[in-house]
Design a protein around this ligand. Structure first.
Ligand code: NAD
Length: 427
């Protein structure tokens, strides 16, 4: 059975808060979101029918600044999932030290079943319902699973229509040219690669020696695979929800695989030799088919869950052969799995550190919008690298100091920062 992510998020928080003897009031505040919003979203479908969808926004905490967190469109979205994701945003934003609190939202919908026009009407109606509780200094959304820069642009348009003037900083992850930042699309993947390298340096391990399998081939999975390869890691497996490819000698051209998946819709057939990608190349490359689940059990050095929550559970934790897990997805590891993995001595680079590059560059985008600035990609990536390295080193140092896992250390760093800000605000 799937573990409830909200119960897990609270239990992770309580465990660490107990060790830190944090103020009871602060713990209580963090254990329940400031505000939860549920709206119904009536949408006219292309065939003239009306359909009603459920939308949510969880504003978890704003001690450190405006609420900040993505919007997810998925058929399994529910309030408990979003509460957990919002709490993790509060922690993540504190950990990388951006002046934001945490939020998350979404719509219970399978967007692949909607036309582009239906998706636009759905997004604009959702924005209308949320307009009074979001804003550049109040609550700022961003892309998450199944949402993208186009959807963010629709939010900006509708918000401008309602408020009477455009306010770009109401969301981040917008298209470049429409207020988006250079580097935002790549940021989560690139940030993950910086975080991993900073931790490996502490462990005296070299990228060149290491093989990697990635689960999830969306925004995050694609860029983490690309950037890890650029850093010298050998990517041997990639997968999405329909299956994947495994090439033990290494997947040479990740961009060709991406194009093949875009064109064919099936990653599982994308064995590329030169520019020709086809299932018939599998044998030539010594490749093997792998399922979305099995990809995590391959004999590799590093696995990268980059899909959804609960992909590593008590059922498969024991079968994991990798020695390092880079959690690019939010909440991929259940509590029981976490325990099993830690007993096996597996190092987990936790989600709130590994995937925080996305919100780091979201902060840069928001800052550029507010100050009417335009930074080039080099500036964005230089700042991102510095932020990720600092956060990773802080987490590593704290894990040694408290003799705890990197996950607990990440919570300790984040909670200390939230506590400090809460004290300043009280005085
Ligand atoms: P996406 O929609 O672009 O991609 C999701 C990928 O996961 C797709 O390839 C999909 O096929 C795959 N997938 C879905 N269900 C799967 C399953 N059961 N098994 C294997 N693969 C499956 O989403 P994304 O933006 O890449 O987000 C992925 C994860 O990263 C999520 O947990 C998200 O919260 C997290 N994240 C995203 C960002 C961001 O900037 N986009 C930032 C931080 C964290």
């Amino acid at each position: 059975m799937n573990e409830n992510p909200w119960e897990r998020a609270k239990s992770q928080l309580k465990e660490v808060a107990g060790r830190l003897s944090l103020d009871e009031l602060l713990i209580s505040r963090l254990l329940s979101p400031n505000k939860v919003i549920e709206v119904s979203i009536p949408v006219k479908m292309d065939d003239g029918r009306m359909e009603v969808f459920k939308g949510f926004r969880v504003q978890h905490n704003n001690i450190r600044g405006p609420y900040k967190g993505g919007l997810r469109y998925h058929q399994n979205v529910d309030m408990d999932e979003l509460k957990a994701l919002a709490l993790w945003m509060t922690m993540k934003n504190a950990l990388i030290d951006v002046p934001f609190g945490g939020a998350k939202g979404g719509i219970n919908v399978d967007p692949k079943k909607l036309s582009e026009k239906e998706l636009e009407r759905l997004t604009k109606e959702f924005t209308k319902k949320l307009a009074s509780v979001i804003g550049p200094n109040l609550d700022i959304a961003a892309p998450d699973v199944n949402t993208n820069s186009k959807i963010m642009e629709w939010v900006v348009e509708e918000y401008a229509r309602i408020k009477g003037h455009e306010q770009l900083a109401v969301v981040t992850g917008k298209p470049i040219g429409k207020g988006g930042s250079e580097g935002r699309t790549e940021a989560t993947g690139l940030g993950g690669s910086y975080a991993l390298q900073a931790i490996l340096k502490k462990l005296n391990k070299q990228p060149e020696e290491m093989t990697v399998a990635v689960q999830g081939f969306g925004n995050v999975g694609i860029f983490i695979a690309r950037y890890l390869q650029q850093a010298g890691f050998k990517i041997v497996a990639l997968s999405d929800s329909k299956g994947g490819i495994y090439v033990p000698q290494g997947i040479k051209d990740i961009e060709a695989v991406e194009k093949c998946k875009r064109d064919s819709g099936f990653l599982a057939g994308c064995y590329c030799v030169g520019s020709v990608c086809d299932l018939s190349n599998r044998e030539k490359l010594g490749g093997k088919a792998v399922s979305a689940v099995d990809v995590l059990e391959l004999p590799v050095d590093i696995i990268v869950p980059a899909a959804l929550e609960n992909s590593i559970t008590e059922e498969n934790a024991d079968k994991i052969k990798a020695k390092i897990i880079l959690e690019m997805a939010n909440g991929p590891t259940t509590l029981k799995a976490d325990k099993i993995l830690s007993e096996k001595g597996i190092v987990i680079v936790p989600d709130i550190l590994a995937n925080s590059g996305g919100v780091a560059v979201s902060y840069f985008e928001w800052y550029q919008n507010i100050h009417s600035e335009k930074w080039d990609k080099k500036k964005v990536f230089t700042k991102l690298k510095k932020m990720m390295k600092l956060a990773a080193e802080d987490v590593y140092k704290t894990s040694l100091e408290y003799k705890v896992s990197l996950r607990k250390a990440a919570y300790i760093v984040a909670l200390r920062r939230i506590e400090a800000k809460a004290k300043i605000s009280k005085n």
